[in-house]
Design a protein around this ligand. Structure first.
Ligand SMILES: [Zn+2]
Length: 123
Protein backbone atom coordinates (compact mmCIF):
# COMPACT_ATOMS: atom_id res chain seq x y z
CA UNK A 1 0.00 0.00 0.00
CA UNK A 2 1.27 3.42 -0.96
CA UNK A 3 0.58 6.69 0.75
CA UNK A 4 0.97 10.03 -0.96
CA UNK A 5 1.00 13.19 1.09
CA UNK A 6 2.20 16.69 0.27
CA UNK A 7 4.10 15.47 -2.76
CA UNK A 8 5.93 12.62 -1.03
CA UNK A 9 5.27 8.96 -1.72
CA UNK A 10 5.58 6.47 1.15
CA UNK A 11 5.51 2.74 1.39
CA UNK A 12 3.90 0.87 4.21
CA UNK A 13 6.57 -0.56 6.46
CA UNK A 14 5.47 -2.18 9.67
CA UNK A 15 3.00 -1.56 12.47
CA UNK A 16 3.85 -1.31 16.14
CA UNK A 17 3.16 0.63 19.31
CA UNK A 18 0.06 1.26 21.35
CA UNK A 19 -2.02 2.88 19.95
CA UNK A 20 -0.66 1.15 16.83
CA UNK A 21 1.15 3.30 14.32
CA UNK A 22 2.04 2.44 10.77
CA UNK A 23 5.67 3.24 10.03
CA UNK A 24 6.23 4.44 6.51
CA UNK A 25 9.36 4.81 4.44
CA UNK A 26 9.96 7.16 1.54
CA UNK A 27 9.52 5.62 -1.90
CA UNK A 28 12.71 7.39 -3.01
CA UNK A 29 14.77 5.34 -0.60
CA UNK A 30 16.09 2.95 -3.23
CA UNK A 31 16.55 5.52 -5.95
CA UNK A 32 17.90 8.47 -3.96
CA UNK A 33 18.85 6.95 -0.65
CA UNK A 34 16.28 9.21 1.00
CA UNK A 35 15.82 8.33 4.66
CA UNK A 36 12.56 10.22 4.96
CA UNK A 37 10.14 8.47 7.30
CA UNK A 38 6.64 9.08 8.59
CA UNK A 39 4.01 7.55 10.83
CA UNK A 40 0.27 7.31 10.44
CA UNK A 41 -2.31 5.91 12.92
CA UNK A 42 -3.39 2.43 11.79
CA UNK A 43 -7.00 3.46 11.33
CA UNK A 44 -6.12 7.04 10.51
CA UNK A 45 -6.25 9.03 7.32
CA UNK A 46 -3.38 10.41 5.32
CA UNK A 47 -4.04 13.86 6.84
CA UNK A 48 -2.78 12.43 10.14
CA UNK A 49 0.52 11.49 8.60
CA UNK A 50 3.51 12.87 10.52
CA UNK A 51 6.96 13.15 9.03
CA UNK A 52 9.45 11.82 11.57
CA UNK A 53 12.61 12.03 9.47
CA UNK A 54 13.11 14.65 6.77
CA UNK A 55 13.52 13.91 3.07
CA UNK A 56 16.66 14.68 1.12
CA UNK A 57 14.71 15.92 -1.90
CA UNK A 58 11.90 18.37 -2.62
CA UNK A 59 8.29 17.17 -2.80
CA UNK A 60 6.92 16.27 -6.20
CA UNK A 61 3.73 18.20 -6.81
CA UNK A 62 2.83 15.71 -9.51
CA UNK A 63 3.28 12.63 -7.32
CA UNK A 64 -0.43 11.84 -7.11
CA UNK A 65 -1.03 12.35 -10.78
CA UNK A 66 1.96 10.18 -11.60
CA UNK A 67 0.55 7.41 -9.44
CA UNK A 68 -2.79 7.60 -11.23
CA UNK A 69 -1.02 7.56 -14.57
CA UNK A 70 0.93 4.43 -13.64
CA UNK A 71 -2.20 2.78 -12.26
CA UNK A 72 -4.08 3.47 -15.49
CA UNK A 73 -1.16 2.20 -17.56
CA UNK A 74 -1.05 -0.99 -15.55
CA UNK A 75 -4.78 -1.48 -16.00
CA UNK A 76 -4.66 -0.70 -19.72
CA UNK A 77 -1.73 -2.95 -20.54
CA UNK A 78 -3.65 -5.90 -19.06
CA UNK A 79 -7.08 -5.07 -20.40
CA UNK A 80 -8.70 -7.38 -22.93
CA UNK A 81 -9.33 -4.40 -25.19
CA UNK A 82 -5.58 -3.75 -25.43
CA UNK A 83 -4.59 -7.35 -25.92
CA UNK A 84 -2.44 -7.44 -29.04
CA UNK A 85 -1.88 -3.69 -29.02
CA UNK A 86 1.76 -2.62 -28.91
CA UNK A 87 2.99 -1.24 -25.60
CA UNK A 88 3.59 2.05 -27.33
CA UNK A 89 -0.04 2.24 -28.39
CA UNK A 90 -1.25 1.43 -24.87
CA UNK A 91 1.01 4.16 -23.55
CA UNK A 92 -0.20 6.69 -26.09
CA UNK A 93 -3.82 5.90 -25.32
CA UNK A 94 -3.41 6.49 -21.59
CA UNK A 95 -1.17 9.53 -22.15
CA UNK A 96 -3.99 11.40 -23.79
CA UNK A 97 -5.72 11.62 -20.43
CA UNK A 98 -2.49 12.60 -18.63
CA UNK A 99 -0.59 14.94 -20.98
CA UNK A 100 1.48 16.70 -18.30
CA UNK A 101 2.59 13.54 -16.50
CA UNK A 102 3.23 11.71 -19.74
CA UNK A 103 5.72 14.44 -20.57
CA UNK A 104 7.57 13.63 -17.32
CA UNK A 105 7.34 9.87 -17.78
CA UNK A 106 8.17 9.25 -21.45
CA UNK A 107 7.48 5.89 -23.05
CA UNK A 108 11.17 5.00 -23.10
CA UNK A 109 11.44 5.27 -19.32
CA UNK A 110 8.40 3.11 -18.66
CA UNK A 111 8.40 0.57 -21.48
CA UNK A 112 10.19 -2.14 -19.47
CA UNK A 113 7.63 -1.79 -16.66
CA UNK A 114 4.80 -2.05 -19.19
CA UNK A 115 6.39 -5.18 -20.53
CA UNK A 116 6.72 -6.65 -17.04
CA UNK A 117 3.13 -5.80 -16.09
CA UNK A 118 1.81 -7.47 -19.18
CA UNK A 119 3.91 -10.60 -18.63
CA UNK A 120 3.17 -10.84 -14.91
CA UNK A 121 -0.52 -10.23 -14.22
CA UNK A 122 -0.03 -10.88 -10.49
CA UNK A 123 2.37 -7.95 -9.99
ZN1 LIG B 1 12.04 11.13 0.52
Amino acid sequence: MKYIYHGFVYYNNNVHGNPPLRYLGCAEHKKNGCRGRATIPVNGTVEQLKVTKPHNHPPDQMAEEKESFLKELKKAVRSDAMEGATLKRVYEGVSEAFPTVAFEIPFKSISSSLHRWRKNPWM
